[in-house]
Design a protein around this ligand. Structure first.
Ligand SMILES: Cc1ncc(COP(=O)(O)O)c(C=O)c1O
Length: 395
C-alpha cells in the first residue's frame, strides 16, 4: 500500500468539496423536483444554431479551429467581447469559464494568509478557490442602510489593518447575486469603489448573471466606475451554454499580463473551436436573439416561483425578489435547520441548497437557496407544495 498522504502539497489540505456537487452525485436532478443547482434550462441551448455555426466555423477556419491558439484568446472572440462591452481589446482576456477567472485572479493576487473580503453569503465556487490558495476569507454582512453598509466594510477593513493582514481584493457578485438574487445599488457600488481607493485594494467583480435582467434598469458595473481597480469577470455559461466553458476578464493590461502568463501554465489557451463558435454567435446576433428568448422564459419561471411561494409557504417564511439571474433566497423562522431537513426533502424528491453553505461563518442555518431556471414550469407547483409541507412540519 502506498501512503499517498506524504505526497500531497499543503494546499490540498485547504481544498473542500462543494456540498452542491455532492448533492448532484447523490441524485439524478432530472428525476426529482430540483431547485438545487445553478443549471440553465437545457431548453435555452440553441442546438440547431450551434450545429449550423459549427459547420460554418469549420468551413471558414478549417484546421485552424482545432490547432493551439493565443493564450489571451482568439482575436475574433476578444474583439467581439471588446465591442460588446465597449472596452479596448488590450483589456480582454478570454478564460476557460469564469470559475477559472476567479481561480486565476486569486492565484495571481493572493499569498497564503492574505485577506479576500467578500459579502456574506457569497458564491461557493469562489470560496473553494480562495481556500485552495490559503487565503484568509473575511465575510461582511449586508445592510440595506447605506451608512451601515459602508460601516460594515470599514469595520472589517480596520480589523484587518489592526491585525496586520493584507487585504488583496474584495470579491463581489453585484448583479442578481448567487445565492441571494440581490443586486447592489449604484450608491453601494460607489461606496465599495471609494473604499478600494481609500484602503488600496482591488475588486474582483463577478457578474455572470448581469445580462439576465427581467425587470428594472441596469446598474453601472464597478468596473465602469474604476477600470483600473476592478477586474470584471464575465461568462458565456448563463447567456449561451455552460458546456462551452468560456468566460472573460476585463482588467488593466498590467494585471492581464500576469494573468496571461499564469494561464500559460494552466491550459495554454482556451478551447479554440468553442471560441470561434462563440465569436460567430456574438457577431451574427444569434446570441442576442437566443438570449432574448431565455430572458422571457426565466422571467416566467421567476414569476411562477414567486407566486407559488406566496401560495404555499407558511407565515414567517420570507424570500428575496430578484430582478434577474437564476436564484432567490428563503429565510425560515429561527430554529429551522435547512441542513438537517435536506435529507427529508430528498426523500420526498425535492432538492434545494442550504444557505449556510454560502457563508463564511456557518450561520444562516434557517436559509436556503432556490434555483428557478432548471425545473420545468409544469413541475414547479408540486415541488413547492412538497417543500412548503416540509417547512410547515418543522417550524
Ligand atoms: C457567481 C458565479 N461565478 C462564477 C460561476 C462559474 O461559472 P462558469 O460556468 O463561467 O465557470 C458561477 C456558476 O454558477 C457563479 O454563480
Amino acid at each position: 500500500m502506498v501512503d499517498y498522504d506524504r505526497f500531497f502539497s499543503q494546499d490540498v489540505h485547504s481544498f473542500f468539496r462543494s456540498p452542491v456537487r455532492e448533492i448532484f452525485k447523490r441524485v439524478d436532478l432530472n428525476s426529482i423536483y430540483s431547485f438545487a443547482g445553478g443549471y440553465p434550462s437545457a431548453s435555452t441551448f440553441p442546438l440547431e444554431d450551434i450545429k449550423k455555426t459549427t459547420a460554418e466555423v469549420i468551413d471558414k477556419y478549417g484546421a485552424k479551429a482545432f490547432q493551439y491558439g493565443a493564450t489571451q484568446g482568439v482575436p475574433e472572440l476578444r474583439n467581439a467581447v471588446a465591442d460588446r462591452y465597449s472596452v479596448p481589446v488590450e483589456r480582454v482576456q478570454i478564460t476557460s469559464s469564469s470559475q477559472q477567472g476567479i481561480d486565476v485572479c486569486t492565484r495571481v493576487l493572493v499569498n497564503p494568509g492574505d485577506v479576500v473580503l467578500t459579502s456574506n453569503p457569497t458564491y461557493l465556487g469562489a470560496l473553494q478557490s480562495f481556500k485552495s490558495y490559503r487565503a484568509k476569507i473575511v465575510g461582511v454582512p449586508h445592510s440595506s442602510d447605506i451608512e451601515e453598509f459602508r460601516q460594515e466594510y470599514v469595520t472589517a477593513l480596520e480589523q484587518c489593518k489592526g491585525s496586520g493582514d493584507k487585504v488583496k481584493f474584495l470579491y463581489m457578485i453585484p448583479d442578481f447575486q448567487n445565492p441571494s438574487g440581490e443586486t447592489l445599488t449604484l450608491e453601494e457600488r460607489k461606496v465599495l469603489v471609494g473604499l478600494a481607493e481609500e484602503y488600496n485594494f482591488l475588486i474582483v467583480e463577478d457578474s455572470p448573471y448581469r445580462e439576465l435582467r427581467y425587470e428594472g434598469e441596469d446598474v453601472p458595473t464597478m468596473y465602469s466606475l474604476a477600470p483600473d481597480r476592478v477586474l470584471l469577470l464575465g461568462s458565456f455559461s448563463k447567456i449561451f451554454a455552460p458546456g462551452f466553458r468560456l468566460g472573460w476578464i476585463l482588467a488593466a493590461p498590467e494585471l492581464l499580463d500576469k494573468i496571461y502568463v499564469c494561464k500559460q501554465s494552466l491550459d495554454l489557451c482556451p478551447p479554440i473551436m468553442d471560441q470561434y463558435v462563440a465569436a460567430e454567435f456574438l457577431t451574427s446576433g444569434r446570441l442576442d436573439r437566443n438570449l432574448k428568448k431565455s430572458i422571457a422564459l426565466y422571467k416566467g419561471k421567476r414569476d411562477l416561483l414567486l407566486s407559488l411561494l406566496a401560495k404555499y409557504m407558511p407565515e414567517g417564511v420570507t424570500w428575496t425578489r430578484p430582478e434577474g439571474g437564476l436564484f432567490l433566497f428563503l429565510t425560515m423562522p429561527e430554529g429551522f435547520d435547512a441542513v438537517k431537513f435536506y435529507d427529508v426533502a430528498l426523500d420526498n424528491e425535492v432538492a434545494y441548497v442550504a444557505g449556510t453553505f454560502f457563508r463564511t461563518d456557518g450561520k444562516g442555518l434557517n436559509t436556503m437557496r432556490m434555483n428557478f431556471s432548471f425545473l420545468d414550469e409544469s413541475r414547479m407547483e408540486e415541488g413547492v407544495r412538497i417543500l412548503a409541507d416540509i417547512v410547515k412540519q418543522h417550524i
